[in-house]
Ligand binder design. Structure first.
Ligand SMILES: [Zn+2]
Length: 178
């Protein structure tokens, strides 16, 4: 859709959603902020449009980046909106869409295992049979083997743990449930 945006005071919520639709996680470029559940809301506030984002892990350095991305995307389109960071309710990996989990897996990152229910009522194609007891049994995103082992509880970022598959021997990141 290439309908030109009319950057007026009456910019619609849909336009803002559309503008932000393409923004991806700085660390995981295959999933969008909306799919991750970071982009929470577009609403009318007392001073105009407000975009609400909720950080994933409070320690994630990516959050400043995400806020900047949202701001600059809106600014580039001439959309005036405040970006609000909402900390409560805290983000949970349950907010991640099934599509996002599939993309993570395709990207080589094992998605969080706690999503045994989905709040949006989507039909999930892939469902893990049981909630994993700690330590998590994390299927290898490459070959699907459950014969994996945790190498480091903190992988490339605090959000992820580093695992290795003992069948295909590939190391991979596990996006920890939260
Ligand atoms: Zn494997």
């Amino acid at each position: 859709m290439s309908a030109p945006l009319a950057p007026t005071a009456s910019t619609s919520h849909a336009q803002v959603w559309a503008a932000l639709e393409a923004l991806t996680d700085p660390e995981i470029p295959v999933v969008t902020l909306r799919e991750l559940g970071i982009l929470r809301d577009v609403r009318d506030g007392p001073g105009g449009l407000e975009v609400v984002i909720t950080p994933t892990y409070s320690g994630c350095p990516a959050m400043g980046q995400i806020e900047d991305d949202v701001r600059s995307t809106l600014a580039a389109l001439g959309i005036e909106a405040r970006v609000l960071t909402q900390l409560a309710p805290a983000w949970t990996t349950d907010w991640m869409s099934e599509a996002a989990k599939d993309k993570l897996r395709a990207y080589g990152i094992a998605p969080p295992q706690c999503g045994s229910h989905d709040s949006r009522g989507e039909t999930s194609v892939m469902r893990f049979s049981a909630r994993a007891a700690a330590p998590d049994i994390v299927p290898c995103p490459q070959c699907g083997s459950k014969n994996t082992t945790e190498m480091s509880h903190f992988g490339s970022t605090a959000c992820k743990a580093q695992y290795r598959c003992l069948d295909c021997m590939e190391p991979f990141d596990y996006f920890k449930p939260y």
